[in-house]
Ligand binder design. Sequence first.
Ligand SMILES: NC(=O)c1ccc[n+]([C@@H]2O[C@H](COP(=O)([O-])OP(=O)(O)OC[C@H]3O[C@@H](n4cnc5c(N)ncnc54)[C@H](OP(=O)(O)O)[C@@H]3O)[C@@H](O)[C@H]2O)c1
Length: 249
Amino acid sequence: MSNRIAVVTGATGSLGTSMCKALINQRRTVIGSHLPDEKSTDDALSWKDMMRRDGFDVAIYPLDVTDYENCKSFIAQIEEDQGPVEILVNNAGITNDAPLKKMQPEQWGEVINVNLNSMFNMCRQVFEGMCERGFGRIVNISSLNGEKGQFGQSNYSAAKAGIYGFTKSLALEGARKGVTVNSVSPGYIDTPMIRKVPEKILNSIIESIPTGRLGQPEDIARAVKFLTSDDASFVTGTNLSVNGGQYMS
Ligand SMILES: NC(=O)c1ccc[n+]([C@@H]2O[C@H](COP(=O)([O-])OP(=O)(O)OC[C@H]3O[C@@H](n4cnc5c(N)ncnc54)[C@H](OP(=O)(O)O)[C@@H]3O)[C@@H](O)[C@H]2O)c1
């Protein structure tokens, strides 16, 4: 089936945009999310228009992935409007870096909430239905820094590493029900954030990548496209590192 309903959280971000395009090219019906506040809603509506002009039609609904009740009503609304969610890409994520000696409890909590607690909040809403219907694809977006750690990112690395245990456990729960659960760990990707890094540091980052280049958002989108495809039914509980060989686990 090609026109399966796919939800991408954090759809409006750099990687989310590319994932939406890849899934639409695969003839999925793609639903994105935006934060419920006024500015994010306005930005998301402009993003939706831009996507439409480029030939990509994405429905968007408000969502804060840290709010369990909001996740519940978000999925309920989509299922009422569009039909059952068969593909979920948990992509929304943030950083808020500091070395541990300077990190505030709020900084720790916020990053764990958005990057890790969101996995439970979202999967809990769709997993049972996927199992009952005998088909589901869940992809959780982790990070190179969840695999290897990173100075100043104990909160982010802990959250992203936590995704691996969650993914493997849920994969076991879904394995006999046609529901696969995997993670993708992007390395350094050519996004506006990385382009802000001073040129000298950016060059040293690129030198440390064996393929000699930054990743492109499309590199991540292609991994998501494969793991959410019907063809990937025997791939579950795994992590796909998409990092140009920078870290091999
Ligand atoms: N870019 C990289 O090089 C890289 C490398 C490794 C891993 N990753 C991971 O890949 C994912 C996407 O990264 P990106 O670079 O595309 O990030 P991005 O451009 O900053 O986009 C992040 C998205 O998440 C949304 N978001 C933030 N907090 C949210 C919340 N509480 N509820 C719902 N949505 C929320 C943002 O919405 P607003 O725009 O409205 O705030 C935005 O749409 C993240 O999980 C990130 O950790 C990225």
